[in-house]
Design a protein around this ligand. Structure first.
Ligand code: IPM
Ligand code: MN
Length: 351
């Protein structure tokens, strides 16, 4: 019996999570796995009502689940940072979800903004380190509010943190067995301390334990260029936290947009959390017009993590068939030609 904590969260989060759960139920009916869910009303509304973001007691409860299924975090009436840091980042850090796994895969039938690129050319995985770098929260102000104001935000990097992400990436590259090629994306020509740690860890680990995987390197700015010009060059990418945040939004666009981009915050030895990577989209909230395929893709990744490979495969197959059916006109909010729940029904019916 899998135990799933559900945090629908803010904005359109609840609308898309509902469809993901619908598809999960269909997959369970098909393949016979059993699960139970418990829903937590964390997010902007609760914060505005009670001042609570993530009570310690709730965090402790969440540690007891097998996985967490998260909608979106971010509320227009809450100062930026409060929910992001207090809920999303706190969960990532406290649960030590040190891998942020983001597939960039263009499915057949999805509009791609790149000329002459199709599903053959766009199929790679980004492993974003998820607990360090500029996200560490280290830093602060001195003389705040004066003309002498100083602020720092420390790019905290540990050999341990870089190495565990790098090892995960090498393992995944081997398991994928596609091009057997791993790219490190960084900025070794400017961040000559923190990215030197990454560079040495990448080469030492690769040379010692993964001689069968070819090691490639791209500066982050060049990687942005290649994502657009030659996405087919990539198989697996490993990247530090902040650069990973940025390049995966670009990755989401070339795979068809936020409507289809999913990700997993993974602790291979602990509690992992799966989410559509787009935000809470306040302007579309409650209209039933946002695409739930990203949330459904997150549910698929969650099934993989739970060891339900067959169910995960069925969900992906259903998404592909739904897209091939031509019934979904676009993955952009408001242009699908179907409502959020109609897309959920369509996919659930094909599982
Ligand atoms: C993401 C988001 C978060 C991040 C924000 C909401 C803190 O952009 O998951 O990519 O920066 O990691
Ligand atoms: Mn982001």
């Amino acid at each position: 019996m899998h135990r799933i904590a559900v945090i629908p969260g803010d904005g359109t989060g609840p609308e898309v999570i509902r469809e993901g759960l619908k598809v999960l139920e269909a997959a369970a009916a098909r393949t016979g796995f059993r699960y139970q869910t418990e829903t937590y009303d964390l997010g902007g509304e609760r914060y505005l009502r009670s001042g609570e973001v993530l009570p310690d007691s709730v965090l402790e409860e969440l540690r007891g689940f097998d996985v967490i299924y998260l909608g979106a975090v971010g509320h227009p009436e809450v100062t930026p940072g409060i929910l992001e840091k207090g809920l999303l980042l706190r969960l990532r850090f406290e649960l030590d979800q040190y891998i942020n796994l983001r597939p960039v895969k263009l499915y057949p039938g999805v509009d791609c903004p790149l000329k002459d690129k199709g599903p053959e050319e766009i199929d790679f995985m980004v492993i974003r380190e998820n607990t360090e770098g500029l996200y560490s929260g280290m830093g602060g102000f001195q003389y705040k509010g004066t003309p002498q104001e100083v602020s720092t935000q420390v790019h905290m990097t540990t050999r341990f943190g870089a190495e565990r992400a790098i090892r995960y990436a090498f393992e995944l590259t081997r398991k994928r067995d596609r091009k057997r090629q791993l790219h490190l994306v960084a900025k070794t020509n400017v961040l000559t301390y923190v990215h030197d740690t990454w560079w040495r860890a990448f080469n030492e680990v690769g040379e010692a334990d993964y001689p069968d995987i070819s090691r490639e390197y791209a500066h982050v700015d060049a990687a942005c260029m290649w994502f657009v010009k030659n996405p087919e060059w990539f198989d697996v990418i490993v990247v530090e936290n902040m650069f990973g945040d940025i390049i995966t939004d670009l990755g989401a666009m070339i795979q068809g947009g936020m409507g289809v981009a999913a990700g997993g915050n993974i602790n291979p030895e602990g509690v992992s959390m799966f989410e559509p990577i787009g935000g809470s989209a306040p302007k579309y909230t409650g209209q039933g017009v946002v695409c739930p395929l990203a949330a459904i893709g997150a549910a698929q990744m969650m099934l993989e993590q739970l060891g339900e490979a067959e169910a995960a495969e069925r969900v992906e197959g259903a998404v592909v068939r739904a897209l091939e059916s031509g019934k979904i006109k676009s993955l952009s909010a408001g242009r699908m030609g179907l409502s959020t729940s109609e897309v959920g029904d369509l996919v659930a019916g094909l599982v």
